[in-house]
Design a protein around this ligand. Structure first.
Ligand SMILES: Cc1cc2nc3c(=O)[nH]c(=O)nc-3n(C[C@H](O)[C@H](O)[C@H](O)COP(=O)(O)O)c2cc1C
Length: 162
């Protein structure tokens, strides 16, 4: 099975979750596409980051970005929760993504307090549904706990059960 792992992470929490998913999927014999999204001009201040998410900015992404998912069997998307929504980098990616139709997709958020999480899940779900993706599962993980392996195992045990 060929799996695309596509995520944004600013301070490393979401990245940590994706490193774990990578390890699990490789141990299951999957082949992987691993893509960490990065805006060309990435705001570094909390206020600018929050504003860019809240106003639904779509920054230009840096580097080699694969947008065509036709060769993948399964796609996993990940993002921090920013200002009650998902990150601008993921928004940019979803605007240009190709061949998501009928693909199996899972997504996850990492978050701080959890404020705005259910709204953000609804929003991302509806964008994926508009693109006719088959949503298989979603998860949300508390950013400050993702260093604990047992937390990752517990939170993600059903996530990858396809
Ligand atoms: C600009 C900004 C906005 C945030 N907004 C929220 C929010 O609305 N709700 C919440 O629970 N956490 C919020 N957080 C916390 C992050 O979602 C959390 O720390 C996340 O795990 C960071 O992921 P990362 O390390 O992969 O960047 C925000 C963090 C930042 C930097």
């Amino acid at each position: 099975m060929k799996v695309a792992l596509i995520f944004y992470s600013f301070s490393g929490n979401t990245q940590r979750v994706f490193e774990y998913l990578k390890e699990v999927l490789l141990s299951r014999g999957c082949s992987l596409g691993f893509l960490r999204l990065k805006p060309e001009n990435e705001p570094k201040s909390f206020f600018k980051q929050g504003f860019s998410a809240f106003t639904k900015e779509k920054p230009k992404l840096k580097g080699e970005v694969f947008y065509d998912l036709k060769d993948f069997d399964y796609i996993i998307l990940g993002t921090p929760l920013w200002a009650f929504t998902f990150s601008p980098a993921l928004r940019s990616y979803l605007e240009k993504v190709k061949n998501l139709k009928n693909k199996r997709v899972s997504f996850l958020f990492t978050y701080g307090s959890g404020a705005g999480l259910s709204k953000a899940i609804r929003e991302l779900k509806s964008i994926l549904e508009e693109k006719s993706a088959q949503i298989k599962s979603f998860a949300s993980l508390e950013g400050k706990k993702v260093k604990e392996r047992s937390y990752l195992e517990e939170k993600l045990k059903d996530f990858l059960r396809l």
